[in-house]
Design a protein around this ligand. Structure first.
Ligand SMILES: *Cc1c(COP(=O)(O)O)cnc(C)c1O
Length: 430
């Protein structure tokens, strides 16, 4: 569909990346449950292995169902190429892998999904990589943190656990000036609400586990490359700009131009790290994406209603949702996500930690789970769960203080959601 860029979002979410199956005419994208694909002959096999011809070899690298999903997400994000992986966390490692090396660092926003803070502050050290966490509203601090070993800047568009919108244009300008790519995790917004590439992002990462699938069935991730970064402008990115020893000396950027990152991620990243999405999982996400715009519109409509009701309730201390005029980040909504600030936010209770725990124990319709972006409404007390591994300072910075619960508002009837919270708040504050 790449030759018809004029198609609208609602059309692309159904058609991009997929056409009727050439072998059978199947209208829906089949689940190509096959590990390997037959070569026409020895020359065909050699051409595929040399990247002279694009095709399917082995499903750790590429699979037709997974490729349809990658192409669809790429179209929705307005990118040049995309790679699906086994989870959102896998996508983050896959995004960093071609850029990093021992001794190199990334500059990361303090406002991130709890698991990402742990991945960046602890686990990546084992690769010799490190992260410097900075308040991304302090642009001078972001600039000052970048040094000669910095290889990427990382933030979320609408940051988990909600209520914060990153000033991506300002951060992209700083990254550009420093000659390093900006990676934006667009999970909480989805491309329906926000398209980070339009605001200067080089790479967009997703946990497709969340809104893209939309029903809490499968984990998955995706990296979308804008195709706009000049990997050869400096000697900082030798995996892409210099002969790659792990791929018989191919210089990816020279040979593949705007598709360099995508092909490197398949030919080296998926080949050697093996963080592959399976075709069954891709199928569930393809089904989910067909209704993404309809769901996101309802998620936002419900989130606004529930957040407004909570903000006006006496038992509530404050609500952090950028969709409310009271939010300091409400102004950024017009620039970055005019259709809405997502459906994820936190609510602080006057009763503090104890009331929060009682609230999650007394909801009926809301589910107490460590997930977000489901059709169902979800609730969690971040400080005792997803953000438990963080220090009190990190919890505070991430918006996951002990006195707040995080809500992921689903697409049920808003009145039923409000009634459930009302009765649970009564029990929590009795
Ligand atoms: C869930 C999530 C992740 C991690 O994704 P998984 O699919 O669980 O690995 C990363 N970033 C954000 C914003 C998330 O919500």
């Amino acid at each position: 569909m790449s030759d018809t860029p004029a198609l609208g979002f609602d059309t692309l979410q159904i058609h991009a990346g997929a056409s009727p199956d050439p072998a059978t005419g199947a209208r829906q994208t089949p689940i190509y449950q096959s590990t390997a694909f037959v070569f026409r002959d020895a020359d065909h096999a050699a051409a595929l292995f040399n990247l002279q011809e694009v095709g399917f070899i082995y499903s750790r690298l590429t699979n037709p169902t997974v490729a349809a999903l990658a192409d669809r997400i790429t179209a929705l994000e307005g990118g040049a190429g995309g790679i699906c992986c086994s989870s959102g966390h896998a996508a983050q490692i896959m995004a960093l892998f071609p850029l990093m090396g021992p001794g190199k660092n990334i500059i990361a926003s303090t406002r991130l999904y709890g698991g990402t803070v742990t991945q960046f502050s602890q686990t990546i050290k084992r690769f010799g990589w490190s992260a410097k966490f900075v308040d991304f509203d302090d642009l001078d601090a972001v600039k000052a943190a970048i040094d000669d070993d910095t290889r990427a800047v990382f933030c979320e568009s609408i940051a988990n656990p909600g209520g914060y919108i990153t000033d991506m244009r300002a951060i992209a300008d700083i990254s550009d000036a420093a000659g390093v790519p900006l990676i934006v995790d667009n999970t909480s917004a989805s491309p329906y609400l926000c398209r980070p590439i339009e605001h200067g992002a080089t790479l967009v990462v997703h946990s497709t586990t969340k809104y893209l699938t939309g029903n809490g069935t499968v984990t998955g991730g995706c990296v979308v490359d804008s195709g706009k970064f000049d990997w050869s402008a400096s000697d900082k990115f030798p995996s892409l700009s210099a002969p790659e020893p792990a791929y018989h000396g191919l210089t990816f950027h020279e040979a593949l131009g705007p598709m360099a990152f995508t092909f490197h991620s398949i030919a080296v990243g998926l080949r050697d790290l093996g963080m592959t999405m399976n075709p069954q999982g891709a199928h569930y996400t393809l089904m989910g994406i067909e209704t993404l715009s309809l769901r996101m519109a309802r998620h936002v409509e419900n989130a606004v209603k529930v957040a407004e009701w909570l903000e006006n309730d006496d038992r509530v201390d404050y609500v952090t949702y950028a969709g409310l005029p009271s939010s300091p980040y409400h102004g950024r909504m017009a620039q970055y996500c005019p259709k809405g600030a997502g459906a994820l936010f936190t609510v602080a209770l006057k009763g503090g930690y104890d009331s929060c725990v009682k609230l999650v124990d007394n909801v009926n319709l809301f589910s107490h789970v460590a997930n977000l972006g489901d059709a169902r409404s979800l609730i969690i007390h971040s400080a005792s769960t997803t953000h438990r591994q963080l220090t009190p300072e990190q919890q505070e910075a991430a918006g996951a203080s002990p006195n707040v619960v995080r809500l992921s508002i689903g697409i049920e009837d808003a009145n039923d959601l409000i009634a459930d919270l009302d009765q649970a708040l009564a029990a929590a504050t009795a």
